[in-house]
Design a binder for this molecule. Structure first.
Ligand SMILES: C[S@@+](CC[C@H](N)C(=O)[O-])C[C@H]1O[C@@H](n2cnc3c(N)ncnc32)[C@H](O)[C@@H]1O
Length: 450
């Protein structure tokens, strides 16, 4: 039987998410940062009954698929878990993960297409969300270490572009020069909790998350931002909650631009700092274009885009031939969506600010008997029974499901499976170097109505 601190030789036999799994002394052992087929000396750090976890001390036999990770913080920082695996193999891993979840959770043996690669495998993230810790004069801005709340300074994170390095260095210098006190989550003291930022089409929105009133002079940071980024906007968000939620409800604009403006896939958009936006611009465009291609709207009378964010996809799909509804819970995203509807003169589009669980049944009831097309793009927790019931009531001949968690996609496909068959499953590598995968799925009604 294994015990904590035992050092054993381990062979990685398979994957369980991004960790490898094998058996040592009748214990099922999970070890991160290895590749199936590798052998390593590992130290056990946790045991419960016959399940144990361990960390690698030394790789004894390395896989030919092992590569040098593109980031010096790999292994310590909890941000990436697959950066040691050759990129093509990351794609194989992700396809396998989606197929395994569909099989295990939904008992669906469907054909999962090869994962579409990201145009950029590093420097692809348009968003940063970094905890600020340390102490006055020695502030650390970075990512949490794996399985911990200690911050690794990562001003050269490989996933974000060079804009992120420039920003994090300038912000750290500003904090140290102004004597700013970073947040301490042990006793909820200190001021600066997080630095969040978004950089799209050369425009930067920066938000400092403050544990209550913001007491420091922002002008030195404003001057530095103006020197480094031609188009930037600075905001302070106030969050005194004693939990891990990053943003509080109130955000104040300090200076610079109030939103990012752009045009993607022929849709003009505005993006405010608190609205959701897909993190990888290149893959986002591939997914949205495929949704348009897949969705047969030739007989659609009502289109509903559930969990619509700022609504670029809704605008890509909207048409003068049918009514379109976009349902989104975050008020700032709905404000962006309303601006976008005006900018694109989308006349038959209604933006609904509310919970899909409440609003979808209302839209379905008001349009019962019409031909629906529905897109759902929920957060990780997926759908729920009320949403599934409303979908069945609307009875669209196709449901497009964009998922960032194939486990909940599988659960929801199983809930819909009496009425809908999963006819298309396409993973996309929205998040290279990590074990997360975006999946575009098409559910087709089993009985075609006249
Ligand atoms: C994965 S994002 C997708 C956004 C959009 N489809 C896109 O591609 O940018 C999920 C969105 O659902 C919103 N959301 C989360 N829970 C919701 C709910 N219960 N009802 C409506 N919107 C919700 C979030 O604010 C977020 O904008």
């Amino acid at each position: 039987m294994l015990r904590v601190n035992d050092v054993v030789t381990y062979r990685a036999e398979g994957y369980a998410n991004s960790e490898t799994v094998g058996t040592v002394e009748d214990c099922t052992l999970f070890v991160p940062l290895l590749i199936v087929g590798e052998t390593a000396r590992v130290r056990v750090n946790y045991v419960k009954k016959n399940v144990a976890y361990a960390d690698v001390l030394e790789i004894l036999h390395a896989s030919p698929l092992r590569v040098s990770p593109p980031c010096s913080h790999f292994g310590k920082c909890g941000g990436c878990s697959l950066a040691h695996l050759a990129y093509d193999e990351q794609l194989v891993f992700k396809r396998g993960k989606v197929a395994a979840n569909l099989k295990k959770i939904a008992k669906l043996d469907v054909d999962v297409l090869p994962c579409v690669p990201s145009p950029l495998t590093v420097g692809y993230r348009n968003k940063l969300s970094l905890p600020v810790r340390g102490r006055r004069g020695a502030v650390r801005v970075g990512m949490f270490e794996r399985n911990s709340h200690r911050v690794v300074e990562t001003n050269d994170c490989a996933l974000a572009g060079s804009w992120a390095r420039t920003l994090v260095s300038a912000f750290t210098e500003y904090c140290n020069a102004s004597g700013a006190e970073p947040y301490d989550e042990r006793d909820f003291s200190g001021v600066i909790r997080h630095l969040t930022a978004r950089y799209v089409d050369g425009q930067l929105l920066v938000t400092i998350v403050s544990n209550g009133e913001y007491p420091y002079d922002l002008q030195p940071f404003e001057r530095e931002l103006a020197r480094l980024f031609p188009r930037f906007g600075l905001f302070v968000n106030f969050n005194t909650a004693k939990n891990n939620v990053i943003l509080g409800k109130k955000t104040e604009h300090v200076c610079g631009i109030e939103y990012i403006e752009g045009e993607h896939l022929g849709v003009k958009f505005r993006l405010r700092p608190n609205s959701f936006f897909q993190v990888n611009d290149g893959v986002k465009d591939l997914v949205y274009s495929k949704v348009k291609e897949l969705l047969d709207t030739s007989r659609t009378e009502v289109l509903v885009d559930c969990f619509s964010g700022i609504g670029i996809l809704t605008n890509v799909l909207a048409s003068q031939r049918y009514d379109a509804y976009a349902i989104e819970i975050e008020p700032s995203a709905v404000r962006d969506a309303e601006d976008m509807a005006r900018l694109n003169a989308a006349k038959r589009l209604t933006n609904v600010c509310g919970d899909v669980t409440v609003e979808l049944p209302k839209i379905v009831a008001a349009n019962l008997g019409k031909r629906f097309s529905v897109v759902v793009d929920p957060p990780r927790k997926g759908l729920n029974e009320d949403i599934v019931a409303a979908l069945k009531r609307a009875s669209p001949h196709q449901i497009v499901y964009v998922s960032c968690d194939s486990a909940t996609l599988a659960r929801d496909a199983a809930m819909l499976s009496d009425d809908y068959a999963l006819t298309y499953v396409q993973p996309y590598d929205m998040f290279p170097q990590t074990d997360s995968v975006e999946t575009l799925a098409l559910l087709t009604r089993r009985i075609m109505l006249a």
